[in-house]
Design a protein around this ligand. Sequence first.
Ligand code: ADP
Ligand code: MG
Length: 683
Amino acid sequence: MDIKRNYKYLLSDLSSIKGVGVKTTNLLKKKKINTIFDLLWKLPKSYIDRSLSYKIKDLKVDETQTITIVPQKYLFPRIRNLPNRVLCNDETGEIECVFFNSYEGYIKKILPIGKEVTISGKIKFFRNKYQLTNPKYISEDSSLIKQKHNSYSLTEGISEKVYNKIMLQVINNLPQINEWHSKKILKNFNNISWNESIKKLHQPENIGKFKENFYQRLAFDEIFSTFLVNSEVRKKIRKIKKTKKKIETKEQNKIISKLDFSLTNDQKKSLSEINKDLGSENKMFRLLQGDVGSGKTIVSLLSAFNTINSGFQVAVMAPTEILARQHFLLAKKIFPKNISIELLSGKSIYRDKKDILNRLLKKQIDIIFGTHALFQKKVEFKKLGLIVIDEQHKFGVNQRKKLSDKAGKDCDVLLMTATPIPRTLTMTIYGDMDLSIIREKPNIRKPVKTYSKLENKIDDIVKFVNKEIKLGNQIFWVCPLIEESKKIDHSSAVKKFEFLKKLFPKQVYLLHGKTTIEEKETILNKFLKNDFKILVSTTIIEVGIDFPNANVIIIENANKFGLSQLHQLRGRVGRGNKESSCILMFKSNLSENAKKRINILKNSDDGFKISEEDMKLRGFGDILGFKQSGIKNFKLADPIHNHNLFILAEQEIKRIESENEDISRFKPLIKLYDRADIINDIA
Ligand code: ADP
Ligand code: MG
């Protein structure tokens, strides 16, 4: 089979392209361009129209123009460092081509005396003569020059001419690919094929035409391939048959009735969705998504209880020991006494740990809390039925799949995240999971009052802090990393710490990027016990921990954060029953746009809404958790502007799933667009 007729050609390396040697290949590799397919997304930024040709007398200085001329005379100086010149003319005048650093032989070859050549470049006027310096576009074949030439944002060491040459070959050699979409889907894009779309994408006059069919189709392909992979992963996991859990709602409700609050409707709904999964013969792989403080913990503990009650063990993992301990203590408080509950802590002495591991293996422990260390090889269970992972937004789809595989066949998986993100992103990032959403927050929560203050009003803020401390309250003081650099810059936090320490002796502690994990846990525990009043930190404190006594958060240089991030930080306070405040500090007066953003935050406590608005104003790259999510960035698709394409892709996936349609026709699409490991065992 001629490989050029197959999509696999697009996945081959660059060696088959003429004019691409080892040097160019290596330069492109540095830009993560390894295959011909990768090259397709290297789009022209603008173009230079060299198609119109002028006469010398009509030339305009300082513009790029194309002329057809005849070389008359070489002027090669005997003195080094002077440029070589070639006198040329047409019937209307003279022009000099000037070459720095070019060999005479080369010049003679490209500008042979008496032969007509077409030449293009920026025209200068010097010593009464038109000049063209170091011309790059020269040919005896005028049609090669008289074109629209794309300009690319260049990779160092590769010229525009080489890029144009490479791209021309690639576009001309696109393999014939069978259409993977249904007729109905294609209609949305006026039936334009993939090949045709790629060609149009690279035509200079189509730069920036995001609304056109070719662009929309290609963006859709990208979104759809992501959704398809997600769907396949989900199907694969759900296909795994497990032993059903028997849910005793009576026992569950006994616990609920003893709580000092009643569940919100969304908590009830999420719980029943989870229970349904636990009781089904298909393995659960579910995400519980809910804003900070929406009450996810209790939902997960009730599911854990149901699992235990049906004869299985449960593991609950949190990102920090403190959070693990909080969940552990809550379980101790609400579960019946006959349930055996343990905490596996990094600090536990060896003998205790060994004892816990032993009892887990004998099923003498029903539920264990801990950090991700729980997932180590040596931690083994006799009958693990459910894993709960709290605040997991740092996992990508690959890691999740591995996690599910490792959990074992009878083990359901519940992940929880407090990162409300717009729907288009949820479908993209978590499309491999079933989803339960808690939107409604417990109504006992008083909204946090949000203020903005200029930095030079720090005296007012200090007064306010003083007043709060006298009332017995605690304060978070957040200093952002000054620049978005990898090297953690904590100087602003250190400075603020020194400043506050003088004002509030013995009441201030500091956390920053260089604080060790043990130190951090110690400091947070002290804060939790109200041993001191002000915790200064960079943004490294985990969001999930309940500090009921902290009711003020001060955020410096607040414009450095996205709205979602500010909202999450704000969610650290207001967990008790006191009035809480969030003070956003700014270096200078806010621009109109910044005011708009801050007002969204002041007027809303709905993380989902805030993230939608934030995305509209700042783009999706800034949404918290998106960058860390491990998801590849889209090349063309944009969750804001292509909202309708995401919805269309979702509908199509649902249709394919419900009709159990054969997806083998999408194999090229998946192979081209998504080369993640997980796909190997799917398509
Ligand atoms: P998150 O969803 O951020 O993990 P938590 O589960 O930590 O939220 O709950 C935050 C606080 O709200 C906890 O102190 C919890 O006891 C309380 N809470 C949870 N559900 C309710 C409810 N339905 N009514 C009142 N308070 C609730
Ligand atoms: Mg939580």
